[in-house]
Design a protein around this ligand. Structure first.
Ligand code: PEP
Ligand code: MN
Length: 462
């Protein structure tokens, strides 16, 4: 699977035509209530940053976005599975070749295991190349009696706890664009240049099962090994399997940035937000009459919405009416993040009502955000067992209702960090002191991510 050249993909010219006259309704969001935005409109660099972003080349092509929509449509119909993973918050400093490649590698490793388990194509998507802005529960942070603006992601301000660093600086949007461009460039090189060879990815996975802690996954690993050797014996064209599609996504939080990167595609005449293939609206900004929902209703990209445990079926139906009035499979993904305690009770009424309405949304589980706790020694963490319990609950609910559990959305990294508790080779809270690197939410480390893939594959293949 490679990016099939779309007719005139390059002629889609996606020309920069900034300004309100772009497309009817594209600026309506400016008149609506908007949450979680930086206070930088008065900053002297604001207009220059917006003007620059309005003319830079797109990060993704409209044709690729259309391909993704068709892949997600297949998933919504039970014919593919979505794997979406990456940092809670990317940082400029960590946009290094080593860290980016480790994350892509881990997602590819997980995808091979899931492809086998589901016997379905797995759509690979990073929370990468743009995940630089965070919603926060408080505008401020106080440390030792000093109060400063909260860290809102590298696209807004710095993590260092100083007044200079915490100032909202619009020039950071331009840096986020360039960092996204170089990240995406590396991702494209890895996934198109031979790095994604199925045999190589499978070989990396052998390193995982070589750890005695993971011996219980050996039989599945052996099955995959036999399948790869069988394919080889059949004369499979592994050359063709050296390239994989890989899509970029992030939370569309900063509407200044998303609007400035929106272009009219001359092929179709529709606006595309060219900052990423897929954009989602977070749990805190998904009010029906909000600026976020309005803006994303106007772009052609596939859109996700996070749904927490307080979501009412009426909210979900109203979001469908607004974001997917045509009921187009692939357009809308609901990413549920209920918490392991809630999912078996809260998810069924949503799924039932949405299904009864005739809408074809893709259901994905985010088993991270409803399971955040503070460790006794003071770190924001998640228990691997809770995360897995929510994943299991998600499958149980969909299996019981006859709907398709279409994907997995996880905060993970390719590095050997210590941020989430547990796993077969367990991380304990003492390890956080040296190994906790996230500037926001805790991520599954490399081994925990693979373990999750093996567990989910085991459940899928049953
Ligand atoms: C996130 O995905 O990092 C996030 C903030 O999620 P949610 O909107 O589900 O809280
Ligand atoms: Mn997060």
């Amino acid at each position: 699977m490679t990016y099939t050249p779309v007719d005139d993909a390059f002629d889609s010219s996606i020309t920069a035509r900034p300004g309100a006259a772009d497309y009817p309704g594209l600026d309506d969001w400016r008149t609506l209530p908007v949450k979680q935005q930086p206070t930088w409109q008065e900053h002297r660099g604001y207009s220059a940053a917006i003007a620059e972003l309005s003319k830079v080349p797109p990060l993704v092509f409209a044709g690729e976005v259309d391909i993704l929509r068709s892949r997600l449509a297949a998933a919504a119909q039970g014919e593919a599975f979505l794997l979406q993973g990456g940092d809670c918050a990317e940082t400029f400093d960590d946009a290094t070749a080593d860290k980016i490649s480790a994350r892509v590698k881990t997602i590819l490793q997980m995808a091979v295991v899931l492809t086998y388990g589901a016997s379905l194509p797995v759509i690979k998507m990073g929370r990468m190349a743009g995940q630089f802005a965070k919603p926060r529960s408080s505008n401020d942070e106080t440390r030792s009696g000093v109060t400063l603006p909260a860290y809102r992601g590298d696209m807004v301000n710095g993590y260092d706890f100083t007044p200079e660093s915490r100032e909202h600086d619009p020039a950071r949007m331009v840096r986020a664009y360039h960092t996204s461009a170089s990240t995406l460039n590396l991702i494209r090189a890895f996934t198109q240049g031979g790095f994604a060879d199925l045999r190589l990815v499978h070989h990396w996975n052998k390193g995982f099962t070589a750890n005695p802690a993971h011996s219980r996954y050996e039989s599945l690993a052996r099955e995959i090994d036999r399948a790869v050797r069988f394919m080889d014996a059949c004369g499979t064209d592994f050359e063709a399997l050296k390239r994989v599609e890989f899509f970029a996504s992030h939370e569309a939080l900063l509407l200044d940035y998303e609007r400035a990167l929106t272009r009219i595609d001359s092929r179709t005449g529709f606006p595309y937000d060219t900052s990423a293939h897929f954009l989602w609206i977070g749990e805190r900004t998904r009010d029906l009459d909000s600026a976020h929902v309005d803006f994303l209703s106007k772009v052609r990209n596939p859109i996700g919405v996070k749904l927490g445990p307080n979501t009412k079926p009426e909210d979900a139906l109203a979001l469908i009416d607004k974001l997917d009035p045509e009921r187009e499979p692939g357009r809308l993904t609901f990413i549920t993040r209920m918490g392991a305690q809630n999912i078996r009770e809260k998810l069924p009424p949503l799924v039932e009502r949405v299904t009864a309405s005739g809408a074809k949304v893709l259901w994905v589980t985010d088993p991270m955000h409803g399971n955040t706790v503070t460790s006794p020694n003071g770190y924001k963490t998640r228990n691997f067992d809770d995360v897995m319990d929510e994943v299991r609950g998600f499958f149980e609910v969909h299996n019981a209702l006859g709907t398709f559990p279409g994907g997995l959305h996880v905060e993970m990294t390719g590095d050997d960090v210590a941020e989430c508790l547990g796993g077969a080779d367990p991380v304990d809270q003492e390890a956080f002191v040296e190994g906790y690197e996230s500037v926001c939410d805790p991520r599954l480390n490399h081994m925990q991510s693979l373990e999750m893939a093996f567990l989910v594959a085991g459940a899928l293949s049953r």
